[in-house]
Write a protein that binds this ligand. Structure first.
Ligand code: NAD
Length: 491
C-alpha cells in the first residue's frame, strides 16, 4: 500500500484533517494506495500558494522565453519518467497500457508546443484614431487557475490545461478525480526537477467538496473543468457568481456515420475503435453508429462478429483490447443503461451483461455490447453511457444522417465514413459538433482545437486558441502630446 501526499507550495503534505481514502485498482478490485482527502483548509492553502506564486514569485517576472524553457524541461522529465507514470496510471484507472502508454509518451509534445508558443504571443500597435497618442495591446495571464479533471485520462486531461495555462504565465491548483489521483501526484514529483518555482503548480486531492472550495475561493481567476454535465453545471454556476472564467469539457453522444460508399473494412475498424477502445470510457466515444440503410443489416452483422473477437482482460497486458470499467458507480450506470435499452425495445445483438470471462479476474468488466433497432428518441441514443455500449441506427440519405446526428443535446464529435469528397466537405460543415473525423476516429493533437458545441462544453483545449483561454487583453494608451488638452473634453 503506497501512501501519497498532496503537493502544496512546493511541499509534500498530508490533508490538514489527516484524512485519507483508498484508491482501487479496477482490474483486481483491490485498494493499492492511500490518497489524502483534502478539505477547505487545504484548498485555502493551495490557492494562497498559487496566488503568492503569481503575485510575488519569479514566475511572473520571468521572460516568456524562460517560462517556455521550463516547460521544455518538464517535457524532458516526463519522457525520462514515462514508464513510472504509465504504470501508475494503468494501475489506478484500468485503461489499457497500449492506450495510456501512447498518451503519456505524447504528453511532452504538449509542453514543447505550448512552451514554444509562450514567447510568440504578441500584442499589437494600433493605428489609433487619436492625435499624439500611442496605443498598444498586451496579452496577460489571468492569475490562479483551477484544473478539475475526470478519471478517464488523468494525466492527459491535466496536461491539456497546464501546458497552455503555464505557457501564458498563470499558476495552478490541480484537483484530479478522487478515483484516479495517483498519476497526477507522480507528475508533481517532476516539477522541481523541471525548475517550476514553488507554488506555481499545486495538487490537491479529494472529492467534489474540495473542488467546490477551490472554485469558490475569491483569489481564483479561472476554472478549467473536465467532467460530467452536472459537475460542469455546478462549477460554471459557482464561477459565474464571482465572474470567474470557466472552460468546460463535458459529455458527448457522438455519431459515427457510415455511408454505403465508404471503405467498409476501414469503417468497421473505425466503429470498433470509436466505442470499444478505452472501454467506451472516453468523452468522444462514437456511441451512436449511424449506418446507411442499404448496408445496415450486413454491416451490423459484420460488426457484431468482429466485436465478439475482442480480447478482454488485464489492462497491463499489451494484447488486451477491452479493459475493466474504472469506477463502481460507472459500472452500475452502464448496466442500468443496458437494462433501459432492453426495456425500450432495442435489440441486444452482442454482450448486454457483465463479463465473467476467467481473464477478467475480479475486475468490473462489461461485455462489449451492441444494440440494433435503436431509434434516436430512445434514452440509449440520447444519454451518455460512458461504457462499451453501441447503439446502431439506420438512415436513408445525407439529410437524414445530419438530422439524426444533430438531434442530440450534445455536440462533441462525429465521424463520417465515405469515399465521396463532396460529402466529406458538406458533412463536416453540416454537423453541429466541435470535431469531425472523416475516414478516421478519435485522433487528437496538441495542435488542433478540442472541445464541444451545445451541452458538450465551453471553450477549447489544444491549438493556438487554447492559450488565449488563459490570457486577457490590456489596452495601453500613452500620450505623446507635450500639453494636456482641454480637461473637460474627452479625446
Ligand atoms: P464528474 O463531474 O463526476 O467529476 C469530474 C471532476 O469534478 C472530479 O474531479 C470531481 O471530484 C469534480 N467535481 C464534481 N463535482 C464538483 C463540484 N460541484 N465542484 C467542483 N468539483 C467537482 O465527472 P467524472 O465522472 O469524473 O467524469 C466523467 C465525465 O467526464 C463524462 O461525462 C465524460 O464525458 C466527461 N469527460 C469529458 C471530456 C472532454 O474533454 N469533453 C474528457 C473526459 C471526460
Amino acid at each position: 500500500m503506497h501512501d501519497y501526499e498532496m503537493f502544496i507550495d512546493g511541499q509534500w503534505v498530508a490533508a490538514a484533517s489527516g484524512d485519507a481514502f483508498e484508491t482501487v485498482n479496477p482490474f483486481d478490485g483491490k485498494p493499492w494506495a492511500r490518497i489524502p482527502r483534502g478539505g477547505a483548509a487545504d484548498a485555502e492553502a493551495a490557492v494562497e500558494a498559487a496566488h503568492r506564486a503569481f503575485t510575488q514569485g519569479p514566475w511572473r517576472r520571468m521572460t516568456a522565453t524562460a517560462r517556455g524553457q521550463v516547460l521544455h524541461r518538464l517535457a524532458d522529465a516526463i519522457e525520462a519518467h514515462a514508464d513510472r507514470l504509465i504504470r501508475v496510471e494503468v494501475t489506478d484507472n484500468g485503461k489499457l497500457i497500449s492506450e495510456i502508454s501512447a498518451q503519456v509518451r505524447y504528453l511532452p509534445q504538449y509542453f514543447r508546443y505550448f512552451g514554444g508558443l509562450a514567447d510568440k504571443i504578441e500584442g499589437s500597435v494600433l493605428p489609433i484614431d487619436k492625435a499624439e497618442t500611442f496605443n498598444f495591446t498586451r496579452h496577460e495571464p489571468l492569475g490562479v487557475c483551477i484544473a478539475i479533471t475526470a478519471w478517464n485520462s488523468p494525466l492527459l486531461l491535466a496536461v491539456n490545461k497546464l501546458a497552455p495555462g503555464l505557457a501564458a504565465g498563470n499558476t495552478f491548483v490541480v484537483k484530479p478525480s478522487e478515483y484516479t489521483s495517483a498519476s497526477v501526484l507522480e507528475l508533481a514529483t517532476l516539477f522541481e526537477e523541471a525548475g517550476l518555482p514553488q507554488g506555481v503548480v499545486n495538487v490537491v486531492t479529494g472529492y467534489a467538496d474540495v473542488g467546490a472550495a477551490l472554485v469558490a475561493h475569491p483569489k481564483v481567476a479561472k476554472v478549467a473543468f473536465t467532467g460530467s454535465e452536472v459537475g460542469g453545471q455546478r462549477v460554471a454556476e459557482a464561477a459565474a457568481r464571482d465572474f470567474k472564467r470557466a472552460t468546460l469539457e463535458l459529455g458527448g453522444k457522438s455519431a459515427n456515420i457510415v455511408f454505403a460508399d465508404a471503405n467498409l473494412d476501414n469503417a468497421l475498424k473505425g466503429a470498433v475503435s470509436g466505442i470499444f477502445a478505452a472501454t467506451g470510457q472516453t468523452c468522444v466515444a462514437g456511441s451512436r453508429l449511424l449506418v446507411q440503410r442499404s448496408i445496415y443489416d450486413a454491416f451490423v452483422s459484420r460488426l457484431v462478429d468482429f466485436a465478439a473477437t475482442a480480447r478482454m482482460g488485464d489492462p497491463m497486458r499489451k494484447e488486451t483490447q477491452v479493459g475493466p470499467v474504472t469506477t463502481p458507480p460507472q459500472y452500475d450506470k452502464i448496466l442500468d443503461y443496458i437494462a433501459i435499452a432492453k426495456a425500450e425495445g432495442a435489440e441486444c445483438r452482442l454482450g448486454g451483461q457483465p463479463a465473467s470471462r476467467p481473464e477478467c479476474g475480479a475486475g468490473q468488466f462489461v461485455e462489449p455490447t451492441i444494440f440494433s433497432g435503436v431509434n434516436n428518441a430512445m434514452r440509449i441514443a440520447r444519454e451518455e453511457v460512458f461504457g462499451p455500449v453501441l447503439s446502431c441506427i439506420p438512415f436513408e440519405d445525407e439529410d437524414e444522417a445530419v438530422a439524426i446526428a444533430n438531434d442530440s443535446p450534445y455536440g462533441l464529435a462525429a465521424g463520417v465514413w465515405t469515399s465521396d469528397v463532396r460529402r466529406m466537405l458538406t458533412m463536416s460543415e453540416r454537423l453541429s459538433v466541435g470535431m469531425v473525423w472523416v475516414n478516421m476516429y478519435r485522433a487528437v493533437s496538441f495542435m488542433s482545437p478540442f472541445g464541444g458545441y451545445k451541452r458538450s462544453g465551453l471553450g477549447r483545449e489544444n491549438g493556438i486558441e487554447a492559450i488565449h483561454e488563459y490570457l486577457q487583453t490590456k489596452s495601453v494608451w500613452i500620450s505623446t502630446a507635450t500639453e494636456v488638452a482641454d480637461p473637460f473634453v474627452i479625446r
